[in-house]
Design a protein around this ligand. Structure first.
Ligand code: NIG
Ligand code: FE
Length: 417
């Protein structure tokens, strides 16, 4: 089965030789072909180029049926890779939203049994089927916004059975949706109520029971820890990442959201695939990241929603680092998985250029979830995960029109979704 998209006004994020990610000044460079075509064969991208170079004879050579789509006036972009979400959850938390409006801080809400523990209570009472259905709807929602790959964390179970329940839901989403999905075990998201005052014992439970069980059932690609003030210490994180590594789970952690927590440094020590949030980043964190294989990942939706200080993204880029952006879709700090809005926030609040936010939400976020060989750009051999926009002037319009839905058609694994 072949699909040929023709007359594309701009084919965006094309790569002849795919790179693993873009750092520093290169973040402002995006390959764009004006007046282009894109050829899809089965699940993959089979070719692309300028319309004037389109060789119809060779494409139609062996009598295949080919679906042609005229994209006049429209742009084609690779689907977003959303490398950090918590989109399996039960219930919403708008009451805490009101508490926040009234002035309570994230930490104060957490201390009162709200926040993550509130979601944990609800997850424990939800069936696997209920969780699957609501997460499936969220997957459909984000696919409609243009997302084609998503990382999803556990972390609202906080006991072995409930963490397994969440990870099984993610496994089922992997099997039953066309999105490229990676799963992350986040047992160390918060200390559950029944372990209050016994944090080390909870860390022991994660290490001695949860990790071996989850690894035994091959339920997690990555392991995460909320390494921050009031949550897990550097020492806890070190122990958990070390245990995860022994079972083949690479680190991918929450770090430096609430303070200079040492999270970035411990993440780099374990060669984390990414360290995420990064509101508190100074020279030490930047030098730890330089020369590492760890992708600094910023979550503009959470900082916006919680009114937190903004991560010094320009400083990181000017220091030569790559930066990825992700949605953090979750019921507490970012009840939105809209990656286009994340791009707008990147431009408005972090002073990123449209080219930089495109790289940060496609190529670099693909790297941050370990799918850069299959997704994140328009390159021959990668999965045909892309979207066609409505008619619009050019790439700059996408983050500029910050609430407009510009996705006209989405293709995942070569099929219209
Ligand atoms: O990434 N910071 C830690 N965890 C989530 C928040 C989860 C919640 O509040 O439910 C985050 O923002
Ligand atoms: Fe998160």
């Amino acid at each position: 089965m072949k699909t040929l998209v023709i007359n594309i006004k701009q084919l965006v994020q094309v790569e002849d030789t795919p790179c693993s990610c873009k750092a520093g000044k290169d973040m402002a460079r995006v390959g764009i072909i004006p007046d282009a075509y894109l050829l899809v064969e089965d699940e993959k991208i089979a070719g692309f180029g300028k319309m004037e170079d389109l060789n119809r004879e060779s494409i139609y050579a062996n009598g295949d049926t080919i679906k042609e789509i005229d994209a006049s006036g429209r742009l084609v972009l690779p689907s977003y890779c959303d490398s950090h979400t918590h989109l399996v959850y039960a219930g919403s938390r708008e009451i805490e939203y009101i508490d926040k409006i009234r002035g309570l801080s994230y930490e104060e809400i957490a201390k009162r049994g709200g926040g993550i523990l509130n979601s944990a209570e609800r997850i424990r009472h939800a069936s696997e089927e209920e969780l699957f259905q609501s997460a499936y709807e969220r997957i459909q929602e984000i696919a409609g916004f243009g997302t084609g790959a998503v990382e999803i964390k556990s972390g609202y179970g906080l006991d072995t059975e409930s963490e397994l329940k969440m990870l099984k839901v993610i496994r089922r989403l992997k099997a039953e949706t066309p999105l490229l999905i990676k799963s992350t075990f986040l047992g160390a998201h918060a200390v559950p109520a029944e372990y209050k005052g016994r944090q080390t014992e909870y860390v022991d439970l994660i290490i001695n029971e949860m990790i071996p069980t989850i690894a035994g059932e091959e339920l997690a690609d990555y392991i995460d820890v909320f390494c921050d003030k009031g949550f897990f210490t550097v020492e806890d994180t070190d122990r958990i990442l070390n245990a995860g590594m022994k079972y083949g789970m690479r680190a991918k952690i929450h770090a430096n959201e609430l303070d200079y927590s040492g999270g970035v440094q411990v993440g780099v020590k374990y060669n984390a695939i990414s360290v995420d949030h990064l509101e508190y980043i100074g020279e030490e964190e930047i030098s730890a990241l330089l020369g590492s294989e760890t992708m600094p990942t910023v979550l503009p939706g959470a900082a916006f929603f919680l009114n937190m200080p903004y991560s010094p993204v320009r400083k990181m880029i000017e220091a030569g680092l790559p930066v990825a952006l992700a949605s953090d879709y979750n019921p507490g700090s970012s009840p939105s998985g809209n990656m286009k809005f994340v791009m707008s926030l990147g431009c408005i609040n972090y002073k990123m250029l449209p080219e930089e936010v495109i790289n940060a939400t496609t190529l670099n976020s693909a790297y941050a979830m370990g799918v850069q060989e299959e997704a994140g750009s328009i390159a021959v051999g990668k999965l045909a995960n892309f979207y066609i926009t409505s008619p619009l002037p050019g790439i700059e319009y996408i983050p500029y029109a910050y609430t407009a839905n510009i996705v006209e058609a989405t293709f995942l694994r070569g099929k219209q979704y």
